[in-house]
Design a binder for this molecule. Structure first.
Ligand SMILES: Cc1ncc(COP(=O)(O)O)c(C=O)c1O
Length: 397
C-alpha cells in the first residue's frame, strides 16, 4: 500500500485517541454526560428533564441566592453601570470600581486584608497553588482536597504529601517527616459535608512554621457565625490564604483568594490565570457583592438553611436512614457500589426527586454515594416527602 493510501485509511492519532477513550469509558459505564434541565422560573428548587418534573436535592445554591431579587437587580444595575464584560485583563483596564467594591466587602466579611477575583474557583485554586509553590517545596494536603488544588500543585512542581482525611495525628506525622511549608484543606468537604478541624490545623501549622490554606467553597455562606465561613468558624484562627467561591452559597459565579496585602500583590504579579485572562464580569462582581451583603445583613437565610438541615437529619433518624454525621448542607448517604447507587438515584427520579449519584473516581472505590444537598429554599413538606420515599427505596433495596 502506498504512503498516501495509509494516510487516508489510518485515522489521525488524536481522532483515534478520542474515539478509543470514549468507547473504553462507555464500556465501563464511566462516560460522563450532561443532562439538559429546563428550569422553572417560579420555583428555584424545581426543574424538568425530558418533560418530567423534579424537586432538586443536588444544588449548591445553599441559600437560594441565585434567584434573590436583590442579587438579580444588582446584576442588572451592574451591567447598566459598568457593562456586561470587563473588556480586558485586570492588569490592562479590566479592574474597575465594581471589582474593588467586591474585594472590600469580602475582606469585611472574612477579616482578611486583601482579595483577588477569579472567574472560577477552579481557576483560583489552580492559580494559587501553581504560583505560590515551586519544586523546592513540599506541600501537605488533606486526602480529600478538590481536583483544582491537586492539579495546581502538580503544575507547581512541589512534592505533594497527603494526610488521612481530617486526621490530626496523620497531619502531624507528615509534618515531622517531611517539613512541608503549607497545609491545604477544605473547610467543608464537597463530597462528605464534614468540617475540617481548622483551629487544630491552624495550631499545627503555627507549631511547624507553615501556612494554612483553606478552600472555603462549601463553607462560606453555610458554616460559622452568620454563615461567614472558615474565619468565622473557629474563633481567632490564622488562615494565610482562603478561597471563597461564588458559585455555591453566593449563587453566582467566580471566586476570590483572600489573604495579606503581600500575598495578593505577589499573585497580581505572578498568577498567570489572573494576568492572562479577561477579568470577572463587573456585573457579576456587583451581583456577588449584593449576595455577600445579604449574608452579612440577613442571618435569617442561613438560619432557614440550618432549620432545613435539622429537619432532614431528624426525618432520616425517624426513618432509620444511616447518615454520616455531617451537620452541613451536604448530606451524603454512602451506598458503596456504583451500580447500586445509580439504581437508587434512578428510583428517586421515578418519584420526582433529583439527587446526584457520586461514583469513583470522584470518590474512593467502594464509597459511591447519594450526595444530597439542602437549601434554604426547600420546604419541610418536600424534605419529609423525599425522606419517606428514600426510606422505602433503601428498605426494598
Ligand atoms: C471544594 C471545591 N473547591 C473548588 C471548586 C471549584 O469552584 P468553581 O465551581 O467555582 O470552579 C469546587 C467546585 O466544584 C469545589 O467543590
Amino acid at each position: 500500500m502506498s504512503d498516501a493510501a495509509v494516510q487516508k485509511t489510518t485515522p489521525p492519532l488524536l481522532q483515534a485517541r478520542v474515539i478509543d477513550t470514549n468507547r473504553a469509558l462507555e464500556e465501563k459505564g464511566l462516560l460522563r454526560k450532561r443532562v439538559k434541565v429546563m428550569l422553572d422560573s417560579e420555583h428555584a428548587n424545581c426543574f424538568e428533564v425530558d418533560d418530567l418534573p423534579y424537586i432538586n436535592f443536588s444544588s449548591n445554591d445553599y441559600l437560594g441566592l441565585s434567584r434573590s431579587t436583590r442579587v438579580i437587580d444588582a446584576l442588572h444595575e451592574g451591567a447598566k453601570a459598568y457593562g456586561v464584560g470587563s473588556v480586558s485583563s485586570p492588569l490592562v483596564v479590566g479592574y474597575n470600581q465594581s471589582h474593588r467594591q467586591l474585594e472590600r466587602t469580602l475582606c469585611q466579611a472574612t477579616g482578611h486584608e486583601a482579595a483577588l477575583l477569579f472567574c472560577s474557583g477552579f481557576s483560583a485554586n489552580n492559580a494559587l497553588m501553581k504560583s505560590l509553590f515551586n519544586d523546592t517545596d513540599t506541600v501537605l494536603a488533606d486526602k480529600l482536597v478538590h481536583a483544582s488544588v491537586i492539579d495546581g500543585l502538580q503544575d507547581s512542581g512541589a512534592v505533594l504529601k497527603r494526610f488521612i482525611h481530617n486526621d490530626l495525628v496523620s497531619a502531624n506525622t507528615q509534618f515531622e517527616h517531611h517539613s512541608p511549608c503549607a497545609l491545604v484543606t477544605e473547610s467543608v468537604f464537597s463530597m462528605d459535608g464534614d468540617i475540617a478541624p481548622l483551629a487544630e490545623l491552624s495550631a499545627l501549622c503555627q507549631q511547624h512554621n507553615a501556612w494554612l490554606i483553606v478552600d472555603d467553597a462549601h463553607g462560606f455562606g453555610v458554616v460559622g457565625e452568620k454563615g461567614l465561613g472558615a474565619t468565622a468558624l473557629a474563633g481567632d484562627i490564622n488562615i494565610d490564604a482562603q478561597i471563597v467561591t461564588f458559585g455555591k452559597a453566593l449563587g453566582g459565579q467566580g471566586a476570590a483568594i483572600l489573604g495579606s496585602h503581600q500575598l495578593i500583590d505577589y499573585l497580581v504579579a505572578n498568577a498567570r490565570h489572573y494576568i492572562y485572562s479577561t477579568a470577572l464580569s463587573p456585573a457579576n462582581a456587583a451581583a456577588v457583592n449584593a449576595a455577600v451583603e445579604i449574608l452579612i445583613e440577613q442571618p435569617s437565610l442561613n438560619q432557614q438553611l440550618q432549620r432545613n438541615i435539622d429537619c432532614f437529619i431528624e426525618a432520616c433518624q425517624t426513618n432509620n436512614i444511616a447518615l454520616t454525621g455531617s451537620i452541613t448542607a451536604i448530606q451524603p448517604i454512602i451506598i458503596g457500589e456504583s451500580t447500586r447507587t445509580l439504581a437508587i438515584a434512578k428510583r428517586l427520579k421515578e418519584h420526582g426527586f433529583w439527587v446526584g449519584a457520586i461514583r469513583p473516581p470522584t470518590v474512593a472505590q467502594g464509597s459511591a454515594r447519594l450526595r444530597i444537598t439542602l437549601t434554604a429554599e426547600h420546604c419541610p413538606e418536600d424534605i419529609h416527602a423525599f425522606v419517606a420515599v428514600l426510606a422505602d427505596i433503601l428498605q426494598d433495596d
